[in-house]
Design a protein around this ligand. Structure first.
Ligand code: AHR
Length: 672
């Protein structure tokens, strides 16, 4: 299994490779010598006819590494509705009767609703004395900031006795109180209560503590705590700093909700969008498929609350001005796991899910699903244009299922663009087979995935130069350079990988007539709870930063331009000659030429760019991401170790003369 192999290898390397790591870091240090040669490049200012699509640079979002629950979704209480397989997971009762036989305390019993609730459980708390406390540990703690406000809500129902007050406190790991409030439970029927706490101190690993006054039994459910300060101030909304990092990327699209999470390890555990819309309390909690995927990254407390469901995703894309690109199950569970298949005769409900999703996003208020969207607060359609069928599926089983979806969607919604998949690997028999079949079907966009070494990325900068111009378009839907000989975690993000991705991206940009959507993967990771590295953004309970790979993505996505031009040496695209990789676009809105040029070597390089049949004049700028140390990454202490540094450049005799620093990505901008 690909995941297993990768991670077993990593453990072995971590244990045995300390000395070789040091050597490789030393080797990566630049000699900073100047190459004497001046490299002459030709710039053709005439129109290539290749447009950069507004979707060119997007993001891939999956709830892996605590990216949604524990991350983007700002809920701070883990297992708020006691639905985990172990209903008390995330909750502690330090003095409970069951633990200490303390009769001045109490205990919690998970209970089952008698009706047909989708979330089946609640907690019955029996209070016998003042020593009883119920503590939620949060997602590896709760991040609270001094003077910030936190909104608590819970459902409660008095059952017996005289419980007159629920005290609510934020505490640190030494039990110091960092904020408090209370609720007066009133009724013997379910009622929702609200209270607010203000934090007196900043703490990354706070916990939420409930104590009770009086004695008796009380039922509790949906115990929830959110910062008041969320993205756009939405109640029970998203973590502001994380959305801001996404917004700064100016993404053209957002692919969601995965990834393997779409497929599920079994069909029963696949992602079903219909279970993620409507009232939050009614969204059925599901075990996250990354929960126990890697034995060395065991996260049995990883569940999907679906607090971010399809409605919230669509709302986020609208905020970001990005096209939504949902990927749906095609009736095959993850083929690295069970590979369970729905039989062809039972495929209809899966196809119907896809059709209904389009109606949910685009249908008017009179339609069943358009009405639900309206009731959720968005009467205007979300204007969905793309839908993906299947994630990393392969073989005949995929093709025959995909065909059914394709025909049904096109019959009802001919304008919806369908994304199909070519499997988990960028080459090999299954990849070739998938592409061949999809071509024959006139598939519109084929998703390709590559998690490969930096060397592979450099070697493949010309990958799309030879792709069939008349075939389907390409969605580079998941990619990341995985440097070897690095420790697991944020260190897997390093300048070596980022620079190789940048070199590869010049090839994507040059071939924007074939490659119309691209996204790095995965997007986010919680430093204390990740399963997969490298990732684009790292966060803890208080802070987040963009990796060096993020800086590369940002450089490309915020300087996408509109029209591809041609830059060559002796008539050939720059795909590694002199260790240089380059692409150039024109931006018709800002009237600029925008070059992205990578020098992957350890020498300075002098280049002269001569425009064909025309002269340039005036001034321009060169902004550089650079490090002499390939093992460098940004981190929490130094989130801007590698960021763009800008200098002016002069244009003399109509030519652009620049010096490229070693191991650098350069953004050159010239007003036309
Ligand atoms: O990005 C992490 C995983 O990599 C995705 O879930 C899957 O599609 C791929 O194998």
């Amino acid at each position: 299994m690909k995941f297993m192999i990768k991670h077993i290898l990593l453990i072995a390397l971590t244990v045995s490779c300390f000395s070789c790591k040091k050597t490789s870091e030393a080797k990566s240090k630049s000699t900073n010598s100047n190459s004497n040669e001046v490299i002459q490049l030709d710039l053709d200012l005439s129109d290539t006819g290749i447009k950069i699509q507004p979707t060119m640079y997007g993001v891939f979002f999956e709830d892996i590494n605590f990216a949604a629950d524990g991350g983007l979704y700002a809920e701070m209480v883990k297992n708020r509705s006691f639905e985990f397989l172990l209903p008390k997971m995330g909750w502690k009762e330090p003095n409970s009767n069951t633990h200490s036989h303390n009769t001045d305390s109490g205990f919690l019993n998970p209970m089952q609703y008698s009706g047909e609730n989708t979330n089946h459980r609640f907690a019955r708390v029996t209070v016998k004395g003042s020593k009883y406390a119920l503590i939620n540990e949060g997602y590896r703690g709760m991040g609270i900031k001094k003077d910030a406000k936190y909104n608590l809500t819970l459902d409660a129902k008095k059952v017996s006795g005289d419980i007159s007050k629920i005290n609510i406190q934020l505490i640190d790991t030494l039990q110091n109180v960092l904020g408090e409030t209370y609720i007066i439970p009133e009724k013997n029927t379910w009622k929702n209560y609200e209270a607010q706490l203000t934090a007196s101190k900043t703490e990354a690993h706070a916990q939420l503590k409930l104590t009770f006054e009086g004695k008796g039994e009380i039922d509790l459910d949906m115990i929830s705590l959110f910062p008041e300060d969320t993205w756009k101030g939405r109640k029970k909304g998203l973590r502001k700093d994380l959305v801001q990092l996404l917004s700064d990327l100016n993404p053209g699209f957002l692919r969601f909700p995965g990834g393997c999470i779409v497929e599920g390890r079994t069909l029963e555990r696949r992602y079903q969008w219909k279970k993620t819309v409507g009232d939050i309390e009614d969204r059925e909690v599901l075990v996250n498929r990354w929960n126990t995927e890697f034995m060395h990254k065991f996260t049995p407390d990883y569940y999907q609350s679906f607090g971010i469901g399809f409605f919230e995703y669509f709302q986020l894309f609208e905020d970001l001005g990005a096209e939504p690109l949902p990927i749906l199950s095609c009736g095959i569970a993850c083929q690295f796991n069970t590979g369970e298949l729905v039989s062809m005769k039972d495929l209809d409900p899966y196809v119907q899910d896809a059709l209904d999703l389009i109606e949910f996003a685009n249908g008017d208020t009179s339609t069943k699903w358009g009405k639900l969207r309206t009731e959720m607060g968005h009467p205007k359609p979300f204007n969905l244009k793309y839908i993906g069928i299947g994630n990393e599926q392969w073989g005949e089983v995929y093709i025959e299922r995909y065909k059914v979806f394709h025909e049904a969607i096109k019959a009802k919604y001919p304008d919806i663009i369908i994304v199909s998949g070519s499997g988990p690997f960028p080459d090999g028999d299954q990849f070739e087979y998938g592409w061949e079949q999809l071509k024959q079907m006139n598939a519109e966009i084929v998703d390709e995935h590559y998690y490969k070494s930096p060397e592979w990325f450099l070697e493949n900068a010309g990958r799309y130069d030879s792709y069939d111009r008349k075939g389907p378009k390409v969605f580079a839907g998941e990619y990341a350079a995985h440097p070897k000989e690095v420790e697991d975690g944020p260190k897997e993000n390093n300048w070596q990988g980022a620079l190789a991705e940048a070199a590869f991206m010049t090839g994507l940009e040059r071939n924007a007539d074939v490659v119309t959507l691209t996204s790095y993967a995965p997007l986010m990771a919680h430093i204390d709870a990740f399963q997969w590295a490298p990732d684009l953004i790292w966060f803890n309970n208080l802070e987040a930063y963009g990796t060096v790979n993020y800086q590369v993505q940002k450089l490309f996505s915020t300087n996408a331009g509109t029209d591809v031009l041609s830059i060559t040496e002796n008539g050939k695209p720059l795909i590694g000659q002199h260790q240089i990789y380059a692409s150039v676009v024109k931006d018709v809105h800002s009237n600029e030429l925008i070059f992205k040029i990578v020098n992957s070597g350890t020498n300075h390089q002098n280049i002269i760019i001569s425009p064909k049949g025309n002269k340039l004049s005036g001034e321009g700028s060169i902004s550089t991401l650079q490090s002499d140390d390939l093992s460098t990454n940004n981190d929490f202490d130094n989130p801007e170790k590698i960021v763009l540094k800008t200098n002016q450049i002069k244009i003399s005799d109509g030519k652009i003369q620049i010096e490229l620093k070693p191991q650098s990505l350069n953004l050159v901008k010239i007003k036309i």
